[in-house]
Design a protein around this ligand. Structure first.
Ligand SMILES: CC(C)(COP(=O)(O)OP(=O)(O)OC[C@H]1O[C@@H](n2cnc3c(N)ncnc32)[C@H](O)[C@@H]1OP(=O)(O)O)[C@@H](O)C(=O)NCCC(=O)NCCS
Length: 409
């Protein structure tokens, strides 16, 4: 092997971090680096070596991710970088091949990642599986529809995030199962989410929270920073940068949004990484005021196609034979009969005529419920042999709410 690959241990963190720093052009504060080190599962790291030089790295976080109908152990691929001196020599490809076979050996049937660039991971069988919106709304244009929900038993509580951490964690654990793509947070991840040193703030002020609660407890929270400013005429022009807004029910959700949109001295709210079916869109009276940008979010790879397809629920009954060719994970190559209905799903190898021939990345794209198979068909990226079979599979695999992870890993 040209670049031998092995996991690294804690004593090699500095070199591992240096490859990431050089690859991304990023210089973390030592405390930031320590947080990422605490989150790193060293037995799941991999590094490729050129002699003594660590030339490329990657890692996996062991996630528990919501999929349609339940939760699954999912390999969260992270920390991918190759030294600029070693790029485009196949280092990433070697790491990806080794990593996928390690993931299979570990027993996870699905891998997911956030891609720094959308062109990188399709070649390894990952498909764009969820999308996100970033948007900004001017306060004066943020009125809600008249029938927006309101619950008089709800009240708001302003708090420092660190002081209410356990309440945030509890509420988050409650909502995490409601949407495919969301994943449980370990304490180390919360340490990163709530980090609020000056270098975490990026000039946007300290992290703030407001909780929505009733006598039964917390029903939602918003987490944000406020960038104060006044324009040349002395008119308040503050910006509220929203990081998270989670709620267990629509009334708490509406109240929290109203609160962040209505704050004094704020003229605009900016929210990054929100779901594409964010209920806020339905709440706004004038939806054109949501100035949004779309981007891909999670990329998903079915590591063991049969186990993965049998491990989720389906929106409609389906019975199709899928043919795939998988050069990266050759154990998936073949024809598979997927039979699913509301009671469960089965996926077995067969020797029958296929209804469709699809790339692995298309199945990864559809896995969390984004319903993209018909788009792929229309784009000519799948081959349908039995008319209507792709639509039937797309309908069965689609899910509501739409997939969204909400926090980059
Ligand atoms: C992205 C990165 C890891 C690729 O590593 P690499 O070792 O150069 O990749 P490889 O040489 O194995 O490339 C394999 C293939 O992917 C292509 N490829 C890799 N990165 C690409 C990119 N950013 N844009 C376009 N194509 C890319 C290569 O051209 C090659 O194509 P080929 O098989 O048709 O020849 C590396 O460029 C890097 O560290 N980038 C900065 C950090 C980063 O973005 N990391 C990913 C985080 S999600």
């Amino acid at each position: 092997m040209r670049y031998p690959i092995r996991p690294v241990d804690e004593t090699e963190w500095e070199s591992f971090g240096q490859v990431l720093g050089e690859g991304f052009g990023w210089t973390p504060h030592p405390q930031q680096s320590a947080r990422y080190k605490a989150e790193t599962e060293f037995d799941r790291t991999l590094a490729a070596f050129d002699g003594d030089v660590m030339a490329g790295v990657t890692g996996v976080l062991s996630l528990t991710m919501t999929v349609p109908g339940g939760q699954l152990p999912v390999a969260g691929v992270t920390s991918v970088a190759v030294l600029p001196s070693h790029r485009r020599r196949g280092v990433l490809s070697a790491l990806m091949h080794r990593q996928l076979s390690d993931i299979r050996e570990r027993g996870e049937c699905v891998a997911a990642l956030y891609a720094s660039e959308a062109v990188i991971y399709g070649r390894y069988g990952y498909g764009r599986a969820s999308s996100e919106l970033s948007f900004r709304i001017d306060k004066h244009a943020s009125a809600f529809v008249r029938n927006a929900p309101a619950d008089p038993s709800l009240r708001l509580r302003v708090a420092r995030p660190a002081d209410v951490r356990s309440e945030l964690e509890k509420l988050f654990a409650q909502v995490v199962t409601e949407r495919p793509g969301r994943y449980e947070r370990k304490p180390q991840t919360w340490d990163i989410v709530l980090a609020d040193e000056e270098f975490d703030q990026n000039g946007n002020g300290s992290l703030r929270t407001v909780l929505a609660e009733d006598d039964g407890g917390v029903r939602g929270y918003a987490m944000f920073r406020v960038k104060q400013s006044w324009d040349a005429n002395g008119v308040p022009a503050g910006e509220l940068k929203l990081y998270e807004l989670e709620a267990a029910d629509p009334a708490a959700y509406a109240l929290l949004w109203r609160n962040v949109l209505d704050r004094d001295l704020i003229s605009r709210v900016e929210a990054r990484n929100r779901p594409v079916d964010d209920p806020l869109i339905a709440l706004l009276a004038d939806q054109r005021q949501l100035r949004a940008n779309w981007a891909d979010e999670l990329w998903v790879r079915l590591v063991e196609l049969d186990r993965a397809l049998a491990s989720r629920a389906y929106s409609a009954a389906v019975d199709v034979v899928i043919e795939v060719e998988d050069e990266v994970c050759p154990w998936n190559t073949g024809r598979w009969r997927l039979t699913a209905d509301r009671r469960g799903a089965e996926c077995k190898p067969v020797d029958e005529q296929p209804d469709m021939t699809v790339p692995m990345s298309a199945l990864g794209s559809a896995y969390l419920g984004d319903g993209v198979l018909t788009e792929s068909l229309a784009a000519g990226l799948l081959r349908e042999h039995s008319p209507g079979s792709v639509r039937a599979l797309a309908t069965a695999m689609s899910w509501s709410p739409k997939p969204w992870a909400g926090l980059t890993f």
